[in-house]
Design a binder for this molecule. Structure first.
Ligand SMILES: Cc1cc2nc3c(=O)[nH]c(=O)nc-3n(C[C@H](O)[C@H](O)[C@H](O)COP(=O)(O)OP(=O)(O)OC[C@H]3O[C@@H](n4cnc5c(N)ncnc54)[C@H](O)[C@@H]3O)c2cc1C
Ligand code: SF4
Ligand code: SF4
Length: 367
C-alpha cells in the first residue's frame, strides 16, 4: 500500500525547492487590458521602470510593449498600483504595529506618528509652500540616509523631467510644483543605473503606491528594491495633461519661460510671472485637462509614504507634513535638530480641512 503523503512535509518541500512567481501568467497584455485600455493608468511609470520591455510612448503617453513577444513574467502586473492594491497587507509590511493599524482603519489620513506645520530655515530654498520637501531631502542627504533623491525638475516650458539629485544645489533646482502628468518613477531607473545605493524618491500618491508594491511584493526577480530607502509623497487631488501648458500660454499670452510658479488655491489655478504679477484661471476652465487616470484615485495624502507633504492645512508659506513611518519621524526630528526646518503643531481647523478633502477624494474614486 502506498504511503499517504504528509501534507506538511510536502508543503515544506515545495517552499524549499520550488519558488514559483506569485503572479505568473499576468503579463503586459493583461496590464493593457485591465489598466491601460480601461483608461485608469495614472502614468506613474512603475511598469516601465522595472521592465526593459515596456516604455512610455511619448506620443500617446501610455505604456507600451517594446517587443512583440510578451514574456508573461508578471512583474508589471504585480507592481502596477491600478491592477490590485492589497492595502492591509502593504500596511502590515511597512508599518507593522498592529495597534496603530487598527486605530487608523478607515481613516482617510491613514497611519501616522506625527503631523506638523513645517517651514524651511534655509533662506536659499524657494519651495512651493514651506520648502519642507527640499529641506527634508537635504537633511537626508547630509545625514547619509540617502545618497541621491529622485525629484521632478522641469524644462524652460514647465514640462516635468526626472532628476537624480545628489547635492544640495541639485535639490534646490527641483523645488516647486509641476502640475502636468509624467511617469516620474522612471527616475528610479536612472538612479540605479547611476550606481546609487540608497535612493530617496519624492512623488505623487499613485507613484508611492507603485513603489510600495515593488518593495512588498513577493516575487523572485532581482529588481534592486532594497536600494529604495525613502519615499516622500505629495498630497494630490488631481493632475493635468500636458495640453494644460499650451492652454495657459495661449490664454494668458504669456511665454512660460517667464513663469516662476503655478499653484492651486481654492477654486483657482494661479500663475505667477517673473515680475510678481499673478494671473488667476478658474479651476472649472481647466477641468477638461484633468488626467483620466486620476478619476479612480482614492489617496489624497500619500498614506503609504514615509513622509507626506502638502499645502492644505497650514498657513501660506508653510507645508503640512505627516510622518507615517518611524524612519519618517526620525528624519523630521533630525531636520529640526540640524536646523533645516522649523516645525509646529497643526491647528484643528487645518486638520479638519485635510480630512474633508481626503474624504471627498475617496468618495470620488469609489464612484
Ligand atoms: C500634481 C500635484 C498636485 C498637488 N495637489 C495638491 C493638493 O491637492 N493639495 C495639497 O495640499 N497639495 C498638493 N500638492 C503638493 C503641493 O503642491 C506641494 O508640492 C507640497 O505642499 C510641497 O511643498 P514644499 O514647499 O514642501 O515642496 P518643495 O520644497 O517646493 O519641493 C517640491 C517637491 O515636489 C516635487 N515635485 C514637483 N512636481 C512634481 C510632480 N509633478 N510629480 C512628482 N514630484 C513633483 C519636486 O521634485 C520637489 O522635490 C500637489 C502637488 C502636485 C505635484
Ligand atoms: S498605472 Fe503605472 S504601473 Fe500601471 S500601467 Fe500605468 S504607468 Fe504602468
Ligand atoms: S490624483 Fe491620484 S492618480 Fe492622479 S496624479 Fe494624483 S495621485 Fe496620481
Amino acid at each position: 500500500m502506498a504511503r499517504e503523503t504528509n501534507p506538511t512535509e510536502l508543503e515544506t518541500k515545495e517552499q524549499k525547492y520550488v519558488r514559483l512567481p506569485t503572479f505568473l501568467e499576468q503579463g503586459f497584455s493583461a496590464l493593457k487590458r485591465d489598466v491601460v485600455d480601461k483608461r485608469i493608468c495614472s502614468l506613474c511609470g512603475t511598469c516601465a521602470t522595472f521592465c526593459d520591455k515596456i516604455r512610455i510612448s511619448e506620443k500617446e503617453l501610455k505604456p507600451e510593449l517594446v517587443e512583440e513577444y510578451d514574456t508573461i513574467c508578471g512583474l508589471c502586473y504585480a507592481f502596477c498600483p491600478r491592477t490590485f492594491l492589497p492595502l492591509a497587507e502593504i500596511e502590515r509590511k511597512i508599518f507593522g504595529n498592529e495597534e496603530a493599524r487598527k486605530k487608523a482603519e478607515g481613516d482617510v489620513l491613514g497611519i501616522y506618528r506625527g503631523c506638523y506645520a513645517v517651514k524651511s530655515k534655509k533662506e536659499d530654498i524657494k519651495g512651493q509652500d514651506g520648502g519642507a520637501v527640499t529641506s527634508l531631502l537635504a537633511y537626508a542627504l547630509e545625514a547619509g540616509i540617502v545618497d541621491c533623491a529622485v525629484t521632478t525638475a522641469s524644462d524652460d516650458q514647465w514640462r516635468p523631467l526626472p532628476k537624480v539629485a545628489k547635492s544640495y544645489e541639485d535639490l534646490k533646482q527641483s523645488a516647486g510644483t509641476k502640475y502636468t502628468i509624467y511617469p516620474g518613477v522612471v527616475g528610479i531607473k536612472e538612479a540605479m543605473e547611476a550606481g546609487c545605493e540608497n535612493i530617496g524618491f519624492v512623488g505623487l500618491p499613485c507613484q508611492i503606491q507603485g513603489l510600495r508594491k515593488v518593495q512588498t511584493s513577493e516575487q523572485p526577480y532581482e529588481v534592486g528594491k532594497e536600494r529604495i530607502k525613502l519615499l516622500i509623497g505629495l498630497f494630490c487631488m488631481d493632475n493635468f495633461k500636458e495640453e494644460l501648458l499650451d492652454f495657459v500660454r495661449d490664454k494668458l499670452s504669456l511665454d512660460l519661460e517667464r513663469v516662476r510658479k503655478f499653484d492651486i488655491k481654492g477654486k483657482e489655478f494661479l500663475v505667477y510671472d517673473e515680475e510678481g504679477k499673478v494671473y488667476a484661471i478658474a479651476l472649472d476652465e481647466i477641468k477638461r485637462y484633468e488626467s483620466e487616470g486620476c478619476s479612480v484615485c482614492m489617496d489624497y495624502t500619500a498614506e503609504l509614504a514615509d513622509i507626506s507633504v502638502g499645502s492644505v492645512g497650514s498657513e501660506d508659506g508653510w507645508s503640512t507634513v505627516f510622518a507615517h513611518t518611524e524612519k519618517g519621524e526620525e528624519i523630521v526630528e533630525g531636520a529640526v535638530e540640524k536646523g533645516y526646518i522649523k516645525a509646529k503643531e497643526i491647528e484643528e481647523k487645518g486638520m479638519g480641512l485635510v480630512r474633508r478633502l481626503g474624504e471627498s477624494k475617496r468618495k470620488r474614486g469609489e464612484r
